[in-house]
Design a protein. Structure first.
Length: 133
């Protein structure tokens, strides 16, 4: 009986380690799926007047930080600002966010046809497992 005890212990330790590794991989897969759903939601908040230019994601523990640069085009500066405002408000209405901030809005230039283009920068944080609940 005694020679089997170390073998049984090593099997038990191996199973425990396997369960931990499987749980860790499952957590990563769930996290990535949540991030993908949030990215889809971000894209869904854009209307025709808003074009996403850059999106940078940074992981910080269980949360992610997002840095979004986009442009809004309108027939006037006021209508382009309405596009910025709609995007900013739609984010919070669609995704549970933390530290949402409109960093800046910059006048780019008039386009052909007299339309105004504004470039804007928004940052926020989210938890992929709770962002869309």
């Amino acid at each position: 009986g005694a020679p089997l005890l170390p073998t049984m212990r090593s099997v038990a330790v191996g199973r425990r380690d396997y369960v931990r590794e499987a749980a860790s991989l499952d957590s990563v897969a769930t996290d990535r799926a949540g991030v993908a759903r949030v990215l889809t939601a971000i894209a869904g908040t854009t209307r025709s007047e808003v074009q996403l230019e850059e999106l940078t994601l940074t992981r910080n523990g269980g949360n992610w930080g997002a840095d979004v640069v986009a442009t809004s085009t309108g027939r006037s500066t006021a209508s382009a600002l309405v596009g910025v405002d709609r995007f900013y408000r739609s984010l919070a209405a669609t995704i549970t966010l933390a530290n949402r901030q409109l960093v800046d809005v910059v006048y780019v230039s008039p386009q052909a046809g007299g339309n105004t283009v504004l470039r804007f920068h928004v940052t926020f944080a989210f938890n992929p497992t709770t962002a869309l609940q």
